[in-house]
Design a protein around this ligand. Structure first.
Ligand code: SIN
Ligand code: FE2
Length: 226
């Protein structure tokens, strides 16, 4: 059912922007998997719902506690949204830009994230937060751990849309070597359990034009935050 070998992931694949085989599962850690093309069958439900969310809670660039403006623009849906400003990183029940609750998490989002988690061996995933990251060419996310969540028992489910990106998946120290994994439209990465606190990041997005999403990459990250 699941391929547990350490299939080498070649950079040639990325250079050619050749999508990988839908249904292929690559194990990148003891409890970490790339599910190639997993989201593709869901897109007709996901994309209109995403558009509605972004009408209500548009992308905006947030400032880190250190005073840097993030190159990635953010939005959220679900009960809690991840935010950052000069006073710190945190989850908030309201959109700081509008003062309103974040848009509800659409059923298709939750069902897809739960199905992906299950495929990676995590039953009963109940995400209450979906962070929506928008990368334009040049935008990047430096190595970090996801650790603002109250409990670390739930996995992270991270879905890629649009232009391909080079994902870095490292160890438990920032300085540990990281794998470089090209991610394409419809791919999902799931990590949790013993791998939950692995450092990860995204290298600067290369310019390009995706047939469905245009000149951008959108990442949806599902978490149990509260
Ligand atoms: C994140 O770690 O929040 C984003 C990862 C990604 O964009 O793939
Ligand atoms: Fe992250």
């Amino acid at each position: 059912m699941m391929r547990n070998d350490d299939t080498p992931i070649t950079l040639d694949l990325f250079a050619g922007q050749t999508p990988t085989t839908p249904g292929q599962v690559e194990r990148i850690g003891e409890q970490s998997f790339v599910l190639r093309g997993f989201a593709l069958p869901w897109l007709d439900r996901l994309l209109p719902a995403l558009e509605a969310i972004l009408q209500a809670a548009p992308f905006r660039q947030m400032v880190t506690p250190g005073g840097f403006t993030m190159s990635v623009a953010l939005s959220s849906c679900g009960a809690l949204g991840w935010t950052t400003d000069r006073s710190g990183y945190r989850y908030s029940a309201t959109d700081p830009q509008t003062g309103h609750p974040w848009p509800d998490m659409p059923a298709a989002f939750r069902e897809m994230a739960q199905a992906a988690a299950r495929q990676a061996g995590f039953e009963h995933f109940e995400p209450d937060s979906c962070l929506i990251n928008r990368y334009v060419p040049g935008a990047r996310m430096s190595l970090h751990q996801d650790k603002n969540e109250r409990s670390l028992t739930a996995p992270i489910v991270s879905m890629s849309l649009g232009l391909p990106a080079m994902f870095q998946f490292g160890g438990f120290e920032r300085s540990d070597r990281s794998l470089r994994i090209p991610l394409f439209h419809g791919d999902i990465v799931v990590w949790g359990g013993v791998d939950r606190l692995r450092y990860h990041g995204v290298l600067p997005l290369k310019a390009g034009e995706h047939p469905r999403l245009g000149a951008q990459r959108i990442n949806l990250t599902f978490r149990t935050a509260g």
